[in-house]
Design a protein around this ligand. Structure first.
Ligand SMILES: O=C(CO)COP(=O)(O)O
Length: 141
């Protein structure tokens, strides 16, 4: 029987939202341990150090990390994005941020940009992952 594929998630947080990301990830830690995770540099470093998650770290956001995640998404390697943006602080790489969010819209990839939506997204994905696959529920022929 083939193993169900792991959800592939990208986790990104601006500096003032990083503590929120850690608290969020801690709440979903059991689910996230079963996911394939990708993150921008500093966000990823904190997820690894503080929660012990296995994370593929890209460059830091201002150095192109959002673009790297966007490129992976365009290649079909990302199922959903949690991007806790800081709407109150101007970012030097605003065009990169917009490009990533636009890529989510172009490719119809779920993208949660605030905590409320992130909870909805992660709880739904966790629920879906807990459902038996159609293969495992199929009765033997
Ligand atoms: O700037 C970011 C997203 O735009 C986040 O990058 P870091 O996780 O490296 O701080």
């Amino acid at each position: 029987m083939s193993q169900p594929t792991k959800p592939r998630l990208a986790l990104i947080a601006h500096d003032k939202k990083k503590d929120d990301m850690i608290v969020l990830a801690a709440e979903y830690i059991d689910f996230l341990r079963g996911c394939q995770l990708m993150a921008t540099g500093t966000t990823g470093a904190r997820l690894i150090k503080e929660l012990g998650l296995a994370v593929e770290r890209k460059q830091s956001g201002p150095f192109g990390g959002d673009l790297q995640i966007g490129a992976a998404l365009v290649e079909g390697q990302v199922d959903a994005v949690v991007f806790l943006r800081d709407p109150m602080t101007p970012q030097p790489h605003e065009p990169d941020i917009n490009a990533l969010v636009r890529a989510c819209d172009v490719h119809n990839v779920a993208c949660a940009t605030n905590l409320s939506t992130a909870h909805l997204l992660l709880s739904q994905l966790r629920l879906a992952a807990a459902q038996p696959t159609s293969e495992s529920t199929r009765s033997p022929a």
